[in-house]
Structure formats: structure tokens, C-alpha cells
Write a protein that binds this ligand. Sequence first.
Ligand SMILES: Cc1cc2nc3c(=O)[nH]c(=O)nc-3n(C[C@H](O)[C@H](O)[C@H](O)COP(=O)(O)OP(=O)(O)OC[C@H]3O[C@@H](n4cnc5c(N)ncnc54)[C@H](O)[C@@H]3O)c2cc1C
Length: 400
Amino acid sequence: MYDLVIVGGGIAGLCAALAAPEGARIVVIDKGEARAGSSPLAQGGIAAAVGPEDSPDLHAADTIKAGAGICDEKTVRDICAEGPRAIAWLQELGCDFDRGADGDLDRAREGGQTVARSVHWRDATGQEIVRALRNAVQSRNVQRVSAAAALLMVADDRCLGVGTAEGLFEGHASLIATGGAGALWGRTTNAPGATADGIVLAMRAGAQVSDLEFMQFHPTALDDGSPSQRILLTEALRGEGATLHNEAGGRFVDELAPRHVVTRAILEQASVTLDCRQIPDLEERFPTVIAGARARGFDPVTTPLPVSPAAHYFVGGIASDAYGRTSIAELFAAGESAATGMHGANRMAGNSLLESVVVGRRVGQACGTADRGKEWFGYAPMSLGLASPESSPGTQRSAP
Ligand SMILES: Cc1cc2nc3c(=O)[nH]c(=O)nc-3n(C[C@H](O)[C@H](O)[C@H](O)COP(=O)(O)OP(=O)(O)OC[C@H]3O[C@@H](n4cnc5c(N)ncnc54)[C@H](O)[C@@H]3O)c2cc1C
């Protein structure tokens, strides 16, 4: 019997494993960590109000505006307030972030942010965070299992564990942290493993889901004609001065407007290019983008890049709150597979890494040792204000 069975070894799952108290018995089940999942692909950064010109209130206001009026404001304020602590915790775990000339954490500005807010490591922020978390988890009492979760064991509205082809993993609590659904779309920035597995497992087990109609399309994926996974050209490029041009060569949109605004503007053009040549330290600051584009036959240093939108972030997911609680007792959700209401109809840049860290960490912190397991996880299932399974998911929310 485990204290916490975690499905998914991305940033949300690893943060839960690392935040659990010493002595807790933890297992992380992942179907293919080395190449799967979005966490290692994250480029632009993790949003947190760490700059002197910023504040959690401003972060929350930007998030709510980008979310087009349907964010859960309480959740937004709660998670934004945790931003600076989340960054400090990641640093304690060994994450390295870029610093400016003044020695402070450097911040990139991305779409929807009124001030630069994305703490980053070059343009490979996810890779750096995953490196540090995987390194830290090695020194903990965490079992790793390579398998695909195929079912959730639920009885009397309580989750008892997770089933895989390798066997059953019983736990006082179980966490779904299986990431998003982008690979269900042809043109996507996501890895092939992003197939909504955990969301489907939770639905089959009777958990409530929310906002499944919201898939966020990133405006600037490299349009290399590929029918499947496309190279992301991070918004931070536009934050550093890259510009969008239509077929006639003209500018047609505020490059740092929220993603849905830029995406729609691009779709109204016959073809669009992103000109990165004016960024002075392009090769040093964006090595991931440069390497990815060159591998596909394009060189951003010399030539504007063809771009088009691609499926990027699944806003919907397992209905849950800012502590990962779902409608089934002892079943938790965190990261992209969860729908906390933080993102409304449109996620603001940098907020998914923040949400993954904050909620994942909280699920781990709540995890008891063998003796305390039931006590720590004895939450009442959250009430989502959904009157019946027939009512439209995601239309009403209330605090648990
Ligand atoms: C190209 C790209 C760039 C991005 N850049 C940013 C950024 O700069 N800032 C930001 O905030 N967000 C960014 N995002 C989004 C962000 O990276 C993700 O939302 C976040 O990393 C999700 O973390 P996660 O732990 O929830 O899921 P993931 O990192 O996707 O991990 C899920 C894990 O679950 C495993 N899994 C899936 N199904 C099963 C199963 N059935 N059984 C067992 N294991 C399973 C997978 O193998 C995977 O390891 C980006 C996304 C992409 C694709």
C-alpha cells in the first residue's frame, strides 16, 4: 500500500513526489518519461511575480483578462500568490534560472503579461526544471515504474489506486498528472504521448470533468508543412522584439496580445512569417528554437520563419481545485490534466508551469505517512456545483 500513487512523471507529478513528507511511500508510474510529456518541451518560462514592478495582484489581473471572463478568480489569486514561493522552492531543489546584469532573476515578457514575468532558463525552461526535479527525486524514497495506467480503482466514490498491465498499485491517495491532449490534433506542439489518458481514466471512473471545449492553439509554430508535431517558436521571441508579417510584409497585430487574439489575426492572413533577426543575442538566448528550426531546414538568424497556429495546451480536464481535489475522494489531479479554473477560456503564458508546480506540490505536502494517510487525505470530495451529470460541465463552479 502506497501513501501516494502518482500517474505521470512530468513537472506536476515530480513536484508532488518531492513535496511529500520524508518516509511517505510514493510510486511514480509513467508510460514513457524520457520522450513523452510537455514538461521537457517548455520554452518561454514559468510565470511568477518576482520583479519589483510586478505583484501577485497584477499577475492575477492579467490572468483573468487573458481567461476571457471565465477564470475561477479565487483559484487564480491563490495560485498567483504562490508564484514567488514556487520559484524559491524550485531553486532549493536545484533549478537554475537565468539572471540579469543586476543579478536578479531575468524575466521574459510573453503574451498577455503587462510586465515581463516569465522566469526562464534560456528557451529551455522545462528541460532545466525536469532535470533538477529528476535529479532531486533520485535521493528520495520514490519508486519509479514504467507502465501505462489503464484504470482507476474506485469504490463508494473513493479512489483505491491505479491499475496497469504491470499490476495494481493501491494507495491512500492517487494523483493524475498525465498532461494534456495536444497529440489528438494533427498540427500540435505536443509530444505524441499527450493523448488525454488520465482525463479519460478519470471520466470512466465517474470523476467530473470541465472545460473540455477549450484547446489553446499557440499562434507561432514553425509551419514546415509537417502533418504532426511542430516546433514551437516561443512567445518570448516576440517579447524580445520578433515581429509578425503578412504576405504583403506588413505588421497586422500587437505581437504581445493574448494568444487567442494573435492566433485569430494570423488565421485571417494568407501566410505569415515571424522575423527574429532583430533580436541581438538570438543564438545565445534561444538555442532550442535555433536548433529546432535548423533541423527542419530554416535559419531564424538569416530568414523570417513561416508560422501558423498549432494545438498547444489543453485547458480542460479533470475538474479540481487549487489543492488538486477532485469529485472523487482520494483522487487528485494536477498539471495539464486538471482543470482548476485558473486559465478560464485561454491560458496566459507561463501559467501552466506555475499551476503544475503549485498544485503538484500541495498534493505532495498533504500526503501522510502510513499512519496518517487517511487523516491527511480525508477531504470531503469537492463540490463543483454541478447539479447532475446531465448538466453542462464547466458552467458553474463553487469552492469546495
Ligand atoms: C512545446 C511546448 C512549450 C511549452 N512552453 C511552456 C512555457 O514556456 N511555460 C508554461 O507555463 N507552459 C509551457 N507549456 C505547457 C507546459 O509545458 C505543460 O502544461 C506542463 O509541462 C504540463 O506538465 P504535466 O506534469 O501536467 O504533464 P506532462 O509534462 O505532459 O507529463 C505527463 C506525463 O504523464 C505520462 N503519462 C501520460 N499518460 C500516461 C498513462 N496512461 N500512464 C502513465 N503515464 C502517463 C507521460 O509519459 C508524461 O511523462 C509548453 C508546452 C509545450 C508542448
